[in-house]
Unconditional design. Structure first.
Length: 522
């Protein structure tokens, strides 16, 4: 058995076993139950333990990285309306797939299931969008929570009392096994691209704010439905006489639940199918690579070895802070990164040359060089090669300033990112002439003149020219392509408005990026 799956099943066993024991004792001493009901309960408990173990493993491996990736991508947009709409959409979709909400809707017969589910999902979506904007706009969380809960308390006086419990119970949907890892990871992704000192703290609070949405929406819903009908709907226990009856009862429900599970599962086979053997690892299970513990890094190494993958580089955020920030804690973080790279057997660490105030790069040149020297000095003797990536807004955003860095520190190699140069208005052919002697590897990412990221060879990054002149051994595929989950349902003019390079899923975007690279290589 997969060691990670075994660990998750044991965790589920420790959670379910005490409840099972309590129910057994109650059925013996206080509430006698029929043999058929007890057998159904125990079979259900066994399935629950195995199912929860598999579910937790899937959530850890898929939902958290997905949420963080979406958070990183939307934070790069300058259009707040676009960010809010994407957050709203993701909040609604994730909540509608939440098992807790399905259970709640079955217990409120006064409100049609679809109505309650959509009301709660819309509430989560609206307040998730609100929470995301709070992170971007750096609004104080405490004041928001106090103000919003005051609104809830006031509103509760105007809602029939019998409906209050349903409203406040609906807030629990944001603590469900799908919603929590996704929303928290999304917050981590959003804050990870910020360079200020409050970025880490601001990654929290999304769940707190999102939980207000369903309470408020259901309170408002209570004004339009008769709360006296909102009673518990008893679930009928099948009448069983033999174990065959038990198995038939569960088997009859499997297709229904299998369909629900498929909504939440995203197969992760892109790398194997596209024959990609190396990773530039940036985050795992919703945790940024710089924040991994040594134990987690060893676990990741085992998982990658088992699947036949190797870590080429740590895609770290080192140097991706403001030049005016305190450097000492960041240098300590970098030194931990060297230890993580050694555990993961990564021979490269990607880094950046610090965000500088617009138009004042020359004034901070010496400070940038001092910090890069500190990185280089810390890595001395480790056998790990430091590689500087060009990025918009940092000191090394244009080719001439990148060349300055490499002339000053020949031991720091270059990660050449064509799309990032395009986004800075830098011609990539001119950049290649300056930087080709220093290039260790290339990020394959293209962009249009307006900065919109597209598959390799579809933009103005001159990818075919660069590949024809590249003499390195490794290319890292960094798609950053736009994903819209409802794209495949659009037709005609609607689809054209979404853009030629928008994809229905992250997997489709990755496959498109890999295929575009193959075409360029041919």
């Amino acid at each position: 058995m997969n060691p990670k799956l075994k660990e998750k099943i044991l965790e589920s066993l420790s959670a379910v076993l005490p409840i099972t024991g309590i129910v057994l004792l109650l059925s013996i001493f206080l509430v006698p139950l029929g043999t058929g009901a007890i057998v159904m309960f125990f079979v259900g408990a066994v399935l629950l333990i195995v199912g929860m173990g598999m579910f937790q493993l899937g959530a850890e491996m898929a939902m958290s990285p997905l949420g963080e990736g979406i958070g990183v991508q939307i934070s790069k947009s300058k259009h707040l309306i676009f960010i809010a709409l994407i957050s709203l959409l993701m909040g609604v979709l994730i909540t509608m797939a939440e098992p807790d909400l399905q259970v709640l809707s079955d217990q409120v017969p006064a409100v049609p299931n679809a109505t309650l589910i959509f009301t709660v999902a819309l509430g989560v979506g609206i307040f998730l969008a609100f929470a995301v904007l709070r992170i971007i706009l750096k609004i104080n969380l405490a004041y928001l929570l106090m103000g919003l809960y005051l609104v809830l308390i006031i509103l509760s006086f105007f809602v029939p009392k019998d409906f209050l419990a349903v409203a406040f119970d609906s807030g629990g949907v944001t603590t469900g096994p799908i919603t929590v890892p996704f929303i928290m990871a999304m917050g981590v992704g959003l804050s990870s691209v910020r360079a200020d000192k409050d970025a880490a703290n601001d990654s929290f609070g999304l769940v707190a704010l999102s939980s207000i949405g369903p309470i408020l929406s259901v309170l408002l819903l209570g004004c339009f439905f008769h709360p006296q009908d909102a009673a518990y709907s008893e679930t009928a226990v099948p009448d069983v006489a033999t174990m065959q009856d038990v198995m038939v009862s569960f088997a009859a429900q499997l297709p229904h639940y299998a369909r629900e599970v498929l909504i939440s599962i995203v197969p992760i086979a892109a790398m194997k199918e596209n024959q990609i053997p190396y990773l530039e690892i940036r985050g795992v299970d919703g945790v940024n690579i710089a924040d991994l513990t040594k134990e987690k890094a060893r676990e990741i190494r085992q998982r990658l070895d088992a699947e036949g993958f190797s870590v080429w580089s740590l895609g770290s955020p080192y140097g991706k802070i403001s030049i005016t920030e305190d450097f000492a804690p960041h240098l300590d973080l970098f030194k931990r990164g060297l230890e993580l790279a050694d555990i993961l057997n990564a021979k490269h660490i990607r880094l950046f040359s610090f965000y500088v105030p617009a138009g004042e790069a020359s004034a901070y040149r010496n400070a940038v060089m001092e910090r890069l020297f500190a990185f280089l000095d810390a890595a001395s003797g480790s056998g790990i090669l430091l590689c500087h990536e060009n990025e918009k807004g940092i000191y090394g955003d244009t080719a001439p300033r990148c060349a300055e860095i490499h002339r000053e520190f020949p031991d720091i190699r270059a990660v050449f990112d064509p799309a990032n140069f395009v986004q800075c208005g830098q011609d990539t052919k001119e950049a290649w002439e300056l930087l080709s002697p220093y290039v260790e590897y290339m990020h394959i990412k293209d962009a249009l003149a307006d900065g919109f990221v597209v598959p390799a060879g579809k933009g103005i990054g001159n990818i075919p020219f660069l590949l024809s002149n590249y003499r390195g051994k490794v290319l890292t595929l960094e798609p950053h392509l736009s994903v819209f989950s409802g794209f495949e349902k659009l037709e005609g003019e609607q689809a054209s408005k979404m853009g030629k390079y928008t994809y229905p899923s992250s997997r489709a975007a990755f496959d498109a990026a890999a295929e575009a690279l193959r075409e360029c290589i041919k």
